[in-house]
Design a protein around this ligand. Structure first.
Ligand code: NAD
Length: 553
């Protein structure tokens, strides 16, 4: 039975033992599609997160996808082109059930303006990373990444602890909404600015944000008190970051850590320029795109100007993957890239070993299935400090959104081992239903993004998109259930290409074979990508785990 969804009553959370499709593989993917809408930001418009990241091109496409998933046999493959189903072809039972290509535009044409025009004509839609691939699990999907970044900073700058430290950030949307909880779990006092009061309230209602302050003075006083008491807290503030950041700097206050997760990548549908109301912005989105782009960029120049000022005064400042530095540089801030990107600054040694954001979703809809897998993870990886620490914290602190799900940064071999063990639990009837596995697109071999994932690679291979394409072909050859190639849309147009994968562990031997091949090869490719770029950690991993790398020369 689906569970009622108070946040979006028309989009219940899927679950229960009754299948509408002809097998659990198809049913699992259908439930994941339903799930991304049930936890999405604006499901009526099929928008899942990041301003424009959509689950399907339009409602007619959505209905056709649902019908195909319900009616297709296991030896068929559904083809999806930018959120629209275009073919249902006979392949074989070990082939992917769904393959997708979302928002890939030929190089010289891959610009925001071209994307908006193609979108207006109904020819394309942007899938974000996990929206169009039906893998988004709410803010919980990104939260461990945000938490690990804060903890790496704690180790690097603050003797391992953020108690008594002030984090300033902005953006309480689909992804940014993870920041207040991640900051509080890391022990800090975190202030999160968002222009939209509804977004702040939403995060408060689901337990990700503790309180919303009525004004800046009160917010700063609340932060100050928490810092003095070394008490972890999360405070929201409704306002424009391009006003608030400079004002905090003007008052001479220097936070310990500063970042931002507004939708700065999209100057039309995402970022809100200072001095404009949300209604004004909405009314300009169709006919005033030029005006909106100029106004957003001018605000971002001030917003990043304040971030650079905080950096100059000693704060740890980083870009959290929203292209804000790129927009500022295009607006004339020549030194915007003095701010480092989080991947290079904190996480690259993990990615070089293909340790990244792996996730699993209980298709039964039962939280007890995730609790059982939490116990399994703790028993299987007792020496993995990152994962055991995370699972204990997540169990105590993270409320589920939509289908009960968990994320954990696991690497090569570990993901396969866990998925196979879960598949056995499904087979033995120890769980209430099958479990789906996927990962973020921001994963070792899965993303080329020269301003986020692959910025300043050791060998200069930042802009080479062969790796995610190889990954997608490898995953299709390795029997994954869903494989997708995404490229950027909106302001990300021309900036990135990524690959996504999903598998359904339904307890069968066939599922075990798929999990074994697809998960092992996915991370193997990730390690090979970093080895090829000359990272020692990756070369170590290859030697230690016997990964099939072909050394040349
Ligand atoms: P979203 O569109 O759901 O939310 C963005 C939020 O920013 C909204 O709540 C909006 O009201 C707020 N906002 C916009 N302009 C503002 C301004 N000037 N001042 C204050 N608030 C403002 O987007 P999301 O899914 O939360 O993603 C946010 C950004 O992070 C996107 O650019 C996304 O692509 C990026 N992202 C990065 C990573 C990563 O690599 N770490 C992961 C996920 C998302």
């Amino acid at each position: 039975m689906p569970t009622p969804n108070p946040r979006h009553p028309n989009f219940p959370i899927p679950g229960g033992p009754v299948l509408r499709a002809r097998g659990w593989r198809q049913e699992g993917l259908l439930r994941l599609l339903e799930n991304v809408l049930s936890v999405g930001e604006d499901p009526d418009n099929l928008v899942v997160y990041a301003a424009l990241g959509k689950a399907a091109r339009n409602w007619a496409s959505h209905r056709a996808i649902v019908k195909a998933l319900c009616e297709m046999e296991e030896d068929q493959t559904l083809l999806i082109q930018s959120g629209k189903p275009v073919g249902l072809l006979t392949t074989h039972a070990k082939a992917p059930l769904v393959i997708m290509a979302n928002c890939n535009i030929v190089g010289q044409w891959a610009k925001a303006e071209v994307f908006y025009e193609l979108q207006r004509k109904g020819l394309i839609c942007w899938g974000g990373l996990t929206a169009g691939a039906w893998q988004y699990i709410g803010s919980q999907g990104v939260i461990q990444g945000t938490y690990e970044i804060f903890m790496r900073i704690a180790e690097k700058r603050f003797s391992g602890s953020l108690a008594g430290r002030f984090i300033l950030t902005a953006g309480l949307g689909g992804m940014g909404g993870a920041q207040p909880l991640a900051g509080r779990m890391a022990g800090a006092a975190i202030l999160c600015v968002d222009i939209d009061p509804e977004r702040a309230e939403k995060r408060r209602a689901i337990g990700y944000l503790e309180q919303v302050a009525p004004d800046l003075d009160t917010a700063l006083a609340m932060i100050d008190a928490a810092v003095k008491e070394k008490r972890a807290t999360s405070i929201g503030l409704v306002g424009n970051a391009a006003d608030i950041y400079p004002e905090i700097a003007r008052r001479g206050i220097v936070p310990d850590i500063v970042t931002d997760q507004t939708s700065a990548h999209d100057l039309v549908y995402g970022y809100v320029p200072k001095g404009m109301s949300l209604d004004q912005v909405r009314s300009l989105r169709d006919d005033g795109q030029g005006q909106l782009m100029a106004a957003s960029r001018a605000s971002i120049v001030e917003h990043v100007g304040a971030m650079l000022e905080f950096q100059k005064r000693g704060a740890e400042v980083f870009d959290n993957g929203n292209l804000i530095r790129t927009q500022a540089r295009e607006g004339g801030v020549a030194n915007a890239f003095d701010i480092p990107i989080f991947t290079e600054a904190y996480l690259r040694p993990l990615f070089a070993r293909a340790i990244g954001p792996f996730r699993w979703m209980a298709l039964s809809g039962e939280a007890s299935d995730i609790a059982r897998i939490d116990a399994l993870v703790l028993a299987m990886f007792p020496d993995n400090r990152i994962v055991t620490n995370w699972i204990r914290l997540a169990r105590d602190n993270i409320p589920f959104e939509g289908l009960p799900a968990r994320i954990a940064w696991l690497g090569h071999g570990e993901r396969t081992e866990l998925a196979l063990a879960v598949n056995r639990l499904v087979e033995d009837g120890e769980l209430k239903g099958p479990v789906a596995f996927s990962r973020d697109h921001l994963d070792a071999g899965a993303m080329a993004h020269p301003n986020i994932m692959t910025e300043r690679m050791k060998d200069g291979s930042d802009a080479i998109a062969d790796w995610p394409l190889l990954d997608a072909m490898l995953l299709s050859s390795s029997m994954a259930d869903l494989v997708v190639v995404h490229s950027g849309g909106g302001g990300y147009a021309g900036y990135m290409t990524s690959c996504g994968v999903t598998l359904v562990a339904d307890g069968t031997n066939a599922a075990a074979e798929r999990l074994q091949h697809a998960l092992t090869n996915d991370t193997a490719l990730g390690v090979i990508r970093y080895a090829d770029a000359g990272y020692e950690e990756a070369l170590d991993e290859i030697a230690e785990k016997g990964i099939g790398h072909v050394p040349v020369g």
